[in-house]
Design a protein. Sequence first.
Length: 247
Amino acid sequence: MIRYIKLANEKKRDAEVTFKSLNPKPKIKMVMETGEAVTNKRVVKGTSKHTVSSLFAQYDEKPKEGVDFANQLAAKLSENLVVSDPELDLELTGKFIDDVSRVYINEEQKPVFRVKKIEKIFSPKAELKEEREPKYNESNIADESIVNWTGKMMPRAKVYNKLVFDKKYQLKHVNGLTYDFLFEMAKELSDKDSLMMLGGGKSGKDPLVMNDGGKPYRAFLEGRVKGEKYCLILHLTDQELKPLPTE
């Protein structure tokens, strides 16, 4: 499936180009001694009846004076783990599975059918600032939306010490005109050895949402040029590198 992004340059002239994820295939692969390819399989790790909390509930123990009750139960379980395998369901553990569905459970390991999601906002000091219902973000990179240059240029050498890039996409032209359009961008960024911050929305400074229901990301455009060849890389980030608090 071809994905499009509508990009504007510093002159506010826009063009629709394609982009693709940069996920290079590894050059090294795992094989058997015979050279046969290795395949990954999903297996059952355990069941709700064999979790640590469920195993604790099976013990008819009374708290001992001067001993933490959780540590008391853990010691009892440790003894049983040496003698037998109470954490294993011999009929199900290790069984191959194919189609799976996500099920939410409560503290009692029972399925729940009405789930209310809450988004938690934390400060740089890991302090809870706000709790709210998760927002549904609509894509703002194509159709009527335009991704703009914000004019905020950041030296390449400094960006990697301030941000954690989560995703990368390569922008590609679709014809000769968009080749010239993107080549000029790449050359300007390459000559200045800098990344340009991109923005979306009506203000042209909002974070980018690459698909409906996706996360908002701050975007930075990197350009590389070699002869008549160019490479434009869109870097996405939602994390900043900050020094640890001194207090």
